[in-house]
Design a protein around this ligand. Structure first.
Ligand SMILES: [Zn+2]
Length: 459
């Protein structure tokens, strides 16, 4: 019974504690009735119709979002008419999983967004769980979901290109290119024994259909994952990739992911993400700002290495790279480096800039083959009224979206490669809005949905 004295905003309707009590009571009643019905349905021997003899009972625990239920699970003797001996436990067989799929799905969904500790605490506040939920239990369930998802992936193959150009010609003309950004990020290792091995790499990526539609992401820990190519392949297939479709991979030029695209799609093109060039140029410009900008000490060296003039040079270099002219861009970088080198006493700012410029030169030089004419591609894309995303810069980087927000924000968060990999499978599934469908596939009976369908149809 719920009682109220007066009506105020604070006393209006249910409070969370009351709602929890109501839900927990309903759950208890509903489940008690379900258990009684299920046991009654099985009480008689299929062959001779005689009731099974009762041996004893045990208590099993079912964990749900609306309470932790202690259920009496009887053990019955097998019927002598079948010639079998021994006992069986009908309820324990029916409820072989002792946590409801909904509970597990919500644990995984919360854990995808926040730490296991916070997920356990928030779930305890939102639902009448009937017990203290521990972070370790949330982690165990979440990792179990991830292992189930990984188990559904097909076998890894050396190459996923198994058709030939003649076949591609037969296929219908595909849609516009898919653009896939792949990036590497780092998380703290829980097995740190020295400063050097304190981190391990995680690969994150996102594919965007050029013709529109939602982007989908993927992530894996390369040292743990045995099916990275299959993983990315399935995701691209899910995005509608055809064998004759152009796929543009945008990366930061990192060695380890360089060959991944080659085996996935015969029309794969691997480009350097403009985003990564821009980021490096921004760092150079920031460094150049700290250069001394005096008019007086021209005798010390060339006057054209003032902050403003270096900035102008960097603008020119940026423009050349945007148009894919790496040859001229590298010449300008070299001459700038030469100018910085002319000082007898360059000072810490110029030395710092020279060092970063040398790193930048190495980066551009190593990736020359993957730097296209971004400007032309952008114009071409716009003429087709669906601008080919030639850079992920407009969107948040995949690493930041998928990895950093959940796994790096707190410095004390430490991971094993396995733990990080499994969490990322669930996190990407949640970000892609697919986890609910996975659970519907695994647990297809959903009476609530069946009941609403005729109403939907009538409407
Ligand atoms: Zn019998």
């Amino acid at each position: 019974m719920l009682e109220r004295q007066d009506l105020t905003a604070a006393s209006a309707g249910l409070r969370v504690a009351e709602a929890h009590q109501v839900l927990a009571s309903v759950q208890q009643h509903l489940l008690t009735a379900q258990v009684a019905t299920a046991l009654a349905d099985q009480a008689l021997c299929d062959s001779c119709g005689r009731p099974y003899r009762h041996k004893d009972s045990r208590t099993i625990v079912l964990r749900s979002l609306f309470g932790t239920l202690q259920l009496t699970s009887p053990r019955w003797w097998r019927c002598p008419c079948t010639g079998q001996t021994g006992t069986f436990s009908p309820l324990a067989t029916l409820l072989s999983e002792r946590a409801t799929p909904e509970l597990v799905r919500w644990e995984a969904t919360y854990a995808a967004h926040t730490s296991y500790d916070a997920a356990a605490e928030l779930l305890g506040q939102a639902f009448p769980l009937g017990r203290t939920l521990h972070a370790a239990a949330v982690r165990r369930h979440t990792e179990h979901v991830a292992e189930r998802l990984d188990g559904e992936l097909g076998d890894e193959r050396f190459s996923f290109v198994d058709t030939c150009p003649a076949d591609w010609a037969e296929l219908p003309r595909p849609d516009l290119p898919l653009v896939v950004g792949i990036d590497g990020g780092y998380v703290h290792s829980s097995k740190q024994t020295s400063r050097r091995d304190g981190w391990f790499e995680v690969i994150a990526g996102r594919s965007t259909p050029t013709g529109g539609g939602p982007a989908k992401c993927f992530a894996f820990v390369q040292t743990h994952d045995r099916k990275p190519k299959r993983r990315v392949y399935e995701m691209l297939r899910g995005q509608g990739m055809a064998d004759n479709q152009q796929v543009t991979f945008l990366t930061d030029g990192g060695e380890d992911i360089r060959d991944l695209p080659l085996y996935l799609n015969p029309q794969a093109e691997h480009l350097l993400d403009w985003f990564h060039i821009t980021m490096r140029l921004t760092v150079l410009r920031q460094t150049a700002k700290s250069l001394p900008n005096p008019a007086g000490d021209v005798e010390d060296g060339p006057a054209w290495t003032t902050a403003d003039q270096v900035d102008d040079e960097l603008t020119r270099i940026r423009w050349l790279l945007w148009h894919g002219n790496t040859f001229r861009a590298l010449q300008l970088v070299d001459s700038l480096a030469f100018d910085l080198d002319c000082f007898d006493d360059p000072g810490p700012e110029r030395q710092q800039l020279a060092k970063r410029l040398a790193e930048f030169r190495g980066y551009i030089d190593a990736n020359t083959a993957r730097i296209p004419n971004y400007g032309e591609r952008r114009r071409y894309g716009e003429r087709r009224r669906c601008g080919e995303a030639i850079s992920s810069a407009t969107a948040e980087s995949a690493v930041n979206q998928i990895i950093s927000k959940r796994m790096v924000k707190k410095q004390q968060m430490r991971w094993t490669p396995r733990g990080a990999h499994l969490l990322l499978q669930v996190r990407t599934r949640v970000l892609n809005d697919q986890l609910a469908d996975d659970f519907t596939r695994w647990y297809p009976t959903s009476p609530a949905r069946e009941a609403t369908e005729p109403i939907m149809n009538a409407a």
